[in-house]
Design a protein around this ligand. Structure first.
Ligand SMILES: Cc1ncc(COP(=O)(O)O)c(C=O)c1O
Length: 394
């Protein structure tokens, strides 16, 4: 299988030499029967763990009823999902697509279209942050503030300015008569779990209001309960004009969404934007069930906050034990990073050999983003394995 994978697939990923075949809760099993505890969750996707029974049944039932019809018709699960999202967020309207990058494409287009519809000067420029990540499609890549992802794909889409993250003066200085929006991740995930100062997003909101421009929040990684609130903006006391989500939304199936206020949404009319698969019955049924389980009496969001505190405390204790390896621990809810003073890849590999899946981003930041159903016992196991690995690290 691995030979065929290397031969037939485009060489876009550094894959571990393991075929994962089955999953349940926090556990996944490889084709050779080895069991792993998954603190990666398909990169912050499986918020309810692998193959949550309610999501599985929802997919099965919907697959028997209707899989795809197109957006020329009203679609029951899509309407249900949109209703859950607008009832539980700042937004009035939703556009469905298939990934985080596509959600950001939609947000970029909506913010430009919003100003192009207004009389007078056409604003088009978007300010984003250095070290940000917004996806790999060409406009999302142009928004992304990391050279390593952009290199080789120039010329990129014009109209993006990058400024230092968590520096509100830098945002203010970058605003010109052409600026239409400021696009930010509430927490930079791929960039190394970077959390801004508590006032940063509120000040960005105020700046946008003062200049009459839009605030777009990319919650592709932070949304859907990951930080202990349904959306991360709730921690910061702000609401955006536009928000993008994906990852956790479908409980594992590919779906993205762009949400906006009524005023801003009005810039999209029939024919201005579309996606053949966007909001398809199958994925929307899975997503609606995922959100129902997640939001049911607030239990899982509360669990996420409690387990996040527990995990961070355990990692802090490891930092005290291994000060020459660990520089910093930071995070919110179950999006937690541990910055090392060395390359993180060998640590990820050593954890994997011991049956625990974790991730490393930005070269030296171990990133932990388990399903929100994770238990203290499972976190204890991770901490135990990390301790063993650090102990053997020269
Ligand atoms: C903040 C953020 N935006 C956008 C994306 C792109 O999402 P996708 O890979 O679904 O296109 C990611 C993916 O990691 C992300 O973390």
């Amino acid at each position: 299988m691995i030979e065929d994978s290397s031969r037939c697939l485009m060489n876009t990923y550094n894959r571990f030499p393991v075929v994962l075949r089955k999953g349940r809760g926090l556990k996944v099993w490889s084709s050779d029967g080895k069991e792993y505890l998954d603190f990666l969750s398909g990169v912050a996707v499986n918020v309810l763990g692998h193959c949550h029974p309610k999501v599985v049944i929802s997919i099965q039932k919907q697959a028997q009823r209707l899989i795809h019809v197109s957006n020329y018709f009203h679609i029951e699960p899509q309407i249900k999902l949109a209703r859950i999202l607008v009832e539980n967020s700042f937004a009035d309207r939703v556009f469905f697509c298939n990934s985080g990058a596509e959600a950001n494409e939609a947000a970029i287009k909506l913010s430009r279209k919003y100003f192009s519809d207004q009389p007078g000067h056409k604003r088009f420029e978007i300010i984003t942050a250095l070290n940000s990540f917004h996806g790999r499609t060409i406009a999302a890549l142009s928004a992304t503030g990391q050279e390593k992802f952009r290199k080789g794909f120039e010329p990129l889409v014009p109209g993006f300015r990058h400024v230092e993250f968590n520096d509100i003066d830098a945002v203010e200085k970058a605003i010109t008569k052409d600026t239409c929006a400021v696009l930010l991740e509430p927490i930079q995930g791929e960039g190394g779990v970077k959390i801004p100062d508590p006032d940063y997003l509120r000040e960005a909101r105020e700046l946008c209001d003062r200049h009459g421009i839009l605030l777009i929040l990319d919650e592709v990684q932070t949304g859907i309960g990951r930080t202990g609130k349904f959306f991360a903006y709730e921690h910061f006391g702000v609401t955006p004009d536009i928000m993008t989500i994906a990852k956790g939304l479908g409980g594992g199936v590919p779906i993205g969404a762009m949400l906006a206020t009524e005023k801003v949404s009005a810039a999209f009319q029939p024919g201005t934007h579309a996606s053949t698969f966007g909001g398809n019955p199958l994925v929307c049924a899975a997503a609606a069930t995922t959100l129902e389980v997640l939001l049911e009496d607030g239990f899982l969001l509360d669990q996420c906050r409690r387990m996040g505190v527990y995990l961070k405390k355990g990692l802090e204790d490891l930092k005290k034990e291994f000060p020459s390896i660990i520089a910093n621990v930071r995070g919110m809810g179950l999006l937690v990073g541990m910055e090392l003073v060395r390359d993180g890849a060998p640590i990820v590999k050593a954890c994997m050999d011991r049956g625990v899946l974790i991730n490393c981003t930005a070269g030296n930041v171990l990133r932990f983003m388990p399903p929100l159903i994770v238990t203290e016992k499972e976190i204890d196991h991770l901490l135990d394995v990390l301790g063993q690995v650090f102990d053997r690290t020269p």
